[in-house]
Design a protein around this ligand. Structure first.
Ligand SMILES: [Fe+2]
Ligand SMILES: [Fe+2]
Length: 128
């Protein structure tokens, strides 16, 4: 994991922190892509990484016996994030390359916001 990938909050679980770094790295990679086809493949990669990560994180919360309310609320955020990425994939034909890059930036902001404001709360329920 490179230093610049550590700009966001850490949960202090290596698997989760590495998955976050990988998702953000894939999102950063999109900035260098110059075709819509290339961007579509990066977005599909993001969708796959995020989907696997969300499931792992939901299992992690259950394994750690985190409160049901928190797991429920957190999983709801995951569903919305996944749907958001899915909707960009479904409508890809209607966007220009610049619009897609803008959407990817927004996607990155949403993901970073989720890590900062929701994922980071998992530390409250973990042993120090
Ligand atoms: Fe999460
Ligand atoms: Fe996460």
């Amino acid at each position: 994991m490179t230093k610049e990938n550590r700009k966001f909050a850490r949960v202090n679980d290596p698997q989760i922190d590495d998955a976050h770094a990988e998702i953000i790295r894939t999102m950063d990679e999109a900035a260098t892509v110059t075709s819509k086809a290339g961007l579509l493949s990066v977005i599909i990669d993001i969708y796959k990484h995020a989907s696997v990560h969300f499931l792992e994180e939901e299992q992690f919360m259950k394994d750690q016996d985190m409160p049901r309310d928190f797991i429920y609320e957190h999983s709801g955020h995951h569903i919305r994030l996944r749907k958001h990425i899915q909707s960009v994939i479904m409508d890809i034909e209607s966007y220009s390359l610049d619009e897609l890059k803008k959407l990817l930036n927004e996607m990155k902001d949403l993901m970073l916001h989720h890590i900062e404001s929701v994922d980071s709360r998992m530390t409250e329920y973990l042993d120090p």
